[in-house]
Ligand binder design. Sequence first.
Ligand code: URA
Length: 194
Amino acid sequence: MYTLEELKAYVDHCQRCQLYKTRTNPVFGQGDPHADIMFIGEGPGYHEDLQGEVFVGASGQLLTKALEGVGLSRDAVYIANIIKCRAPNNRDPKPDEMETCIEFLRWQVKLIHPKIIVCLGRVAAMNVIDKNIRITRERGNWQNKNGFWMMATYHPSAVLRDPAKKRPFWEDFKSIAAKHEELCQINKGACSDE
Ligand code: URA
């Protein structure tokens, strides 16, 4: 069993796929290593690649705002991506890049062992929840898979592009906070903020 630090150190020098050639920094993920809630995005964008930090650009600001809006702090959750290195020009990650990199995410999930996993957008949801998922139809639905409560919502960058997605996105965040509260009630004393 690795530690998160060991995994990060490996990812910092990873050359398992071609993306290392064009990345500035790998983006491992950040947050509370004992978080109850884990968010999974697609992969680093321009700002994340430059800073080596997860969700720090415009979509990251929206994610932070949505979390704070429902009483959750960014520091209390864990945020990671399907791929750890930026795909040039924000193209979609290629199947072989995702297949190679998702091993790190699996380790992160195993080590953090959150109660709730939220997939931000189609790429994350297809890799983690169901390869045939249709976000527009299935966002906001909870399912328990392998002992984790999982839900997909829109990617914050999709919400920034389309104001009609704002309300459902907000509703999904309220549902995440409510599910967290419910799980903490059922399992008193077992939540990471207690
Ligand atoms: N979009 C993502 O999917 N992940 C990030 O870290 C930033 C933007």
